[in-house]
Structure formats: structure tokens, C-alpha cells
Design a protein around this ligand. Structure first.
Ligand code: F6R
Length: 615
């Protein structure tokens, strides 16, 4: 969580940093701050609130001159969001200034030790402890900043991406990483530091992604030096050419990133297919699966670990893998899996699903599974992310940057990759005939066009949103492949509109939730033609008998649900296992419109952050 930005070079640092913070606001947005060095002194300004609040404050508070600076946008861990707890943090002498993304777990013992040595603390943060620890090491042992950072970090337990500078050595910034991302953009005689490449994409396409336990000393006009924090070994960093472009990280005429990303789903799914779904040749090619086919075929079961929306994609995959490839699948919350001593053997395959590739619980679950000998396969969106690197093999979703905090295109592209995997394995295991397989490929290929068609319900979904926007509760029901979609629909509504919503398997309703139903309760029922249609229609009858308001998500041309429901939203017909890719669309739009009508911050809902890099 938290976004960090830094600059050292020949340009004015302030505009680069403030724009960079705005691009990283998806990572955290409860407070923000900036420290600039103007050639004489450090100018620091920080505030509770958004980067726009910081911008207003700075323009009245400090001059923004300087070609070196660091900035931070925060998602609070230690200490409430307020001005004092905001980053950057000074050391006691005022010489050092730091920004930090992560958590210092042993901050309490370090703080007590520093207090004994006369240090005082103004904030409740672990970060202020770290900057003073660096200062203490620097002063005690008379070390240069880089060395002091290294010695201090060797005493630290936790996770960090930090950038720190010393006003007495204003030609260098020291950065270090463990568990939180840190990219360094390399320009002509200038360097950019950021949590991801988006803050510097218009200045350079060359970047180094620091590995865990690495630090770098970035000096004006000099070559970057990267070292291992533990043993001081110099590392030759890999300079990556960035594929990202500016258009991908801008709203492109949409009011919100979430809406843009909902509308990007047809092309995002096409990008997920590219080079993999070869329907003319009757083939699916997924390098990560091909290269490890023996392992997949020998696996006793697949365990899927993920969090949130990615966990919902995992649940859809459970239905698809079991149905098509006849492989037993268990889907686990990574946060539970990591702490419950699960039974894992070398014959298990663990699939970790993560949009950001940085989720701390998913990462810990991967490490646990690997330690028990399981083969771990990653399904990630962010290329080069920690999870993508930690897994034994994987397949990217290629959805492009997802900036809205509520996941949309990441979900549908995760399902797409997992469907491709299930189909490939089904073919290899012989659980599907070649004609069935081909039929699935041809149908899968039509999905982007059908998503496009599903998006045409937008105007009608908006009218439904208007009717139900003031509801206090909402129930989402689905069965089979669409049960996880009901969970996802409910999550979307609660996270951006703050309306309480529950997702349930439709048949479970009578075991409890039915008690909630009265004339004030909207019930969104996914009732596509295939599968358990008749059973779901019976569930709809039960809701109607109790005066619940019914919003049916139905297959185009449906008549039965139309007679019973208050509203129906149609999606095109497809194979049952592919329906989640279509039924999800109106649910995303419904949450979006309700949140906009309630004047909520759609892209940055309260208390949330895009990558959850803490437990
Ligand atoms: C909800 C949402 C979260 C994430 C979850 C996992 O819209 O975005 O529930 O799905 O935090 O994140 P990743 O997929 O990055 O591991």
C-alpha cells in the first residue's frame, strides 16, 4: 500500500513528484507529503487527505524549487491518518528525510532503544523509528548514508520500499526494497524512483526493478550502484524496457478509471487470448502450462490461493477445472491458508491468483506451498511483480494497468486465463473430445464481442441503479458457475457504494437469508438459461412470494424470469462455463452507477488500497 516517488536530476522535481503521486494514489490516499531540496535546505509539506489537498497546501506553504525530492501517498498502518503521521519523516537532527511503503514489525523495540539514547518521536509511525535508526547508525559509526541505511536495515524485521536523503549530501538518494515494490527509471543524467513505473513513463522507458533485499545509491550524474543489503555484494541490475504507455494510465475521456476498465474488457480479454487461443488450429498454447505439463498431469489436486476478487475468480475456476478437466480443486483464502498448517504435498499444484502480484497474504501462501514442495503457478496481471517472480511458472492476464481500486477487467481476464488452462488440461487429459474442445474454443473466441453486447445494457442498468441507490441492503444470488459471480457482485457494491450486500448460492437462501427479504430488499438473481435455470426460477418465486424486489440477469430472449422479476438485464447466450464472463458485466455497471449517484469516490473508495502489501 502507499505510493512512493522520488526524483534527482536536472529538472524541477516538484511537478514530476506531484504528478507521480497522483498516478500512484490508487495505492493509498489518506494522506500525502513531499520533501524537496532547493540547494540550501529541505522544504517539507504534508497533510491528511488526498494529493490534491497536498497540492493546495504546498502552493501556499513552500517554494517548490529544487531538482531533488521525494513524495509519498499513504494508506495508514501505524498511526491514524493525520498531518503528523504523514510522510516524509525527518530524523531528530532534521538532516535526514525518508518515505516508506511497508511495515517495520520490530519498530517498538527499536523505538524503546532509541528513546533510551535520547531520541524523541513526534508521530506514531514505524517510519519515524527507521529514519532515526539510520541517523543513530550514521552518527555512531560515522558512516556515509548508504552504509548507514544498510546497517540499519539489517536490524529491521518487516517490509519496506524506502527512499531517504541527507541534506548534507544533497546529490544522492538511497533506496532499498524488501517486500514492497520499487522501480528506478533511468533517464539522461536523471533518475526517477517510484512504486511502479507510471510516474515516469513519459520521461524514460528504461527501468530497474529492485529485487527484495537490494538497495541502490542513486547519485546525480553517476551510474547507479545496486547492492545486496545483507552481504554488501554489488549486483549488476537488469535494465528493463517498459511496455507501458501513457494512454493506458489515463482516463481517456471516461469519468472514472473504473468505468474505463469496465469498457476495456472486450479488448482486455482479446489481449489475454493473443497467441494462446488458436481456434483455427484447434489449439491452446500457454507456455507456463506446456513446459510443466507432466507436473499438471501428475497432480493429485489443484489448490487455488488468492484474496478478494481474485479469490472469486479462483472459485469460478474451481467449477471450470472440475467440470472440464476433472481435476479436484480447493480454493483457499490466502490469509487463512498461510496460518493453518495445511496439508500440502509435492503432488499438489498451487495456483496463486493476483492482479497486483504484490498481495502480502498471497505471497506468504506461495512461500508456504513452495516450502512443502508444491509446484506453484502464478496468474498475475502486473508484469515482473513479486508474485510473478516468486512462482515456479505462470501466465499473465495481460489486462493492462488496472487503476480503479475495485477490480473489474482483472477479474474477467483472470477467469479467461484459468479457462484456457482448464481447456488445455482437459485436452491433454482426454476428459474432453476433440469436437467438444473445438466447440469451446470457437465459443470462447466470441466472448469479447458478447461482452461488448453486454455493455450495451449500460443505460438500462443506470435506470435500475436510480431506483435502488438508496437501499440499505442488497442480496446477490447465483448458482454453479455463477455463484462466485454473485459474491463478486456483492463485493463490488459494498466496496464502492458502502451499501451492505451479501452474495449467496441461490439454493442456500432458504437456510437463512430468506428471513431478510421484504419489500425493501433488492435481490439480484443471476438466472441464465443453462445449468440450474428451473431451480433458480423457483428461488425467484420464493423471493416474489415475500415481496422482495427482483433484478434478474438473464439470457437474451428469456421469458420466464421476465414474468416474475421487477427488472431483467439481458446478456448474450454462451456456454454455461463461460457465462461468468458476461453476467459479471451488468453487476459491475450497477455498482458503478449506484456509487456515482451516491457521490462516492468510485476509484478510491474509503479505507481501501489497490495493492494490499500488509497482512
Ligand atoms: C476488490 C479488489 C480486492 C483484490 C484483493 C486481491 O475489487 O480489488 O478484493 O482483489 O485485494 O488483490 P490482488 O488480486 O492484487 O492480489
Amino acid at each position: 500500500m502507499c505510493g512512493i516517488v522520488g526524483y534527482i536530476g536536472h529538472r524541477e522535481a516538484y511537478p514530476i513528484i506531484i504528478k507521480g503521486l497522483q498516478r500512484l494514489e490508487y495505492r493509498g490516499y489518506d494522506s500525502a507529503g513531499i520533501a524537496l531540496y532547493d540547494g540550501n535546505a529541505i522544504k517539507l509539506s504534508k497533510t491528511k487527505g488526498k494529493v490534491s489537498d497536498l497540492k493546495n497546501k504546498i502552493e501556499n506553504e513552500i517554494s517548490t524549487d529544487g531538482t531533488l525530492g521525494i513524495g509519498h501517498t499513504r494508506w495508514a498502518t501505524h498511526g491514524v491518518p493525520n498531518d503528523v503521521n504523514s510522510h516524509p519523516h525527518y530524523s531528530n537532527s532534521g538532516d535526514l528525510v525518508i518515505i516508506h511503503n511497508g511495515i517495520i514489525e520490530n519498530y517498538d523495540s527499536l523505538k524503546k532503544e532509541l528513546i533510551k539514547r535520547g531520541y524523541t518521536f513526534h508521530s506514531d509511525t514505524d517510519t519515524e523509528v527507521l529514519v532515526n535508526l539510520i541517523e543513530e547508525v550514521q552518527k555512531n559509526d560515522n558512516l556515509k548514508l548508504g552504509k548507514a541505511v544498510q546497517v540499519a536495515l539489517n536490524q529491521v524485521v518487516g517490509a519496506y520500499a524506502i527512499a531517504v536523503f541527507d541534506k548534507n549530501k544533497p546529490n544522492e538518494i538511497v533506496v532499498a526494497k524488501l517486500g514492497s515494490p520499487l522501480a528506478i527509471g533511468i533517464g539522461d543524467d536523471e533518475f526517477f524512483i517510484a512504486s511502479d513505473a507510471s510516474p515516469f513513463i513519459e520521461y524514460t522507458k528504461n527501468a530497474i526493478y529492485l529485487e527484495d533485499e537490494e538497495m541502490a545509491i542513486i547519485r546525480r550524474g553517476k551510474k547507479i550502484k545496486v547492492r545486496k543489503i545483507k552481504n554488501d555484494v554489488l549486483v549488476d541490475p537488469y535494465v528493463q524496457e517498459l511496455q507501458l504507455n501513457l494512454e493506458q494510465i489515463e482516463k481517456g475521456g471516461y469519468d472514472h478509471f473504473m468505468l474505463k476498465e469496465i469498457y476495456e474488457q472486450p479488448s482486455a480479454i482479446l489481449d489475454t487470448f493473443r497467441g494462446r487461443l488458436l481456434s483455427n488450429e484447434g489449439m491452446i498454447k500457454l507456455a507456463g502450462v506446456e513446459d510443466n505439463m507432466k507436473k499438471f498431469l501428475a497432480a493429485d489436486r489443484i489448490i487455488i490461493v488468492a484474496c478478494g476478487t481474485s479469490w472469486h475468480a479462483g472459485l469460478v475456476a474451481e467449477y471450470i477445472f472440475e467440470d472440464l478437466a476433472r481435476i479436484p480443486v480447493e480454493v483457499e483464502y490466502a490469509s487463512e491458508f498461510r496460518y493453518r498448517n495445511p496439508v500440502i504435498t509435492e503432488k499438489d499444484i498451487v495456483i496463486a491468483i493476483s492482479q497486483s502480484g504484490e498481495t502480502a497474504d498471497t505471497l506468504a501462501a506461495i512461500k508456504l506451498a513452495k516450502s512443502k514442495g508444491a509446484f506453484v503457478f502464478g496468474v498475475c496481471n502486473v508484469v515482473g511483480s513479486t508474485i510473478a517472480r516468486e512462482t515456479d511458472a505462470g501466465a499473465y492476464t495481460h489486462a493492462g494497468p488496472e487503476i480503479g481500486v475495485a477490480s473489474t477487467k482483472a477479474f474477467t481476464t483472470q477467469i479467461t486465463v484459468l479457462t484456457l488452462m482448464a481447456l488445455r488440461l482437459a485436452r491433454a487429459k482426454g476428459t474432453m473430445s476433440s469436437s467438444e474442445f473445438r466447440h469451446h474454443l470457437i465459443e470462447l473466441e466470441t466472448i469479447p464481442g458478447k461482452v461488448e453486447e453486454a455493455l450495451k445494457s449500460d443505460a438500462y442498468v443506470k435506470t435500475v441503479a436510480e431506483i435502488y441507490k438508496d437501499s440499505k441492503n442488497c442480496l446477490y444470488l447465483g448458482r454453479g458457475f455463477n455463484f462466485p459471480v454473485a459474491l463478486e457482485g456483492a463485493l463490488k457494491l459494498k466496496e464502492i457504494s458502502y451499501i451492505h450486500a451479501e452474495g449467496y448460492p441461490a439454493a442456500e437462501m432458504k437456510h437463512g437469508p430468506i428471513a431478510l427479504i421484504d419489500e425493501h430488499m433488492p435481490v439480484i438473481v443471476i438466472a441464465t438459461k443453462m445449468g440450474h435455470y428451473d431451480k433458480v426460477v423457483s428461488n425467484i418465486q420464493e423471493i416474489k412470494a415475500r415481496k422482495g424486489k427482483i433484478i434478474g440477469i438473464v439470457t437474451k430472449g428469456d421469458t420466464s424470469v421476465k414474468e416474475l422479476a421487477d427488472h431483467v438485464i439481458e446478456v448474450p447466450e454462451t456456454l454455461e462455463c463461460l457465462t461468468p464472463l458476461l453476467t459479471t458485466i451488468p453487476l459491475q455497471l450497477l455498482s458503478y452507477h449506484i456509487a456515482v449517484m451516491l457521490e462516492k469516490n468510485v476509484d478510491q473508495p474509503r479505507n481501501l488500497a489497490k495493492s494490499v502489501t500488509v497482512e
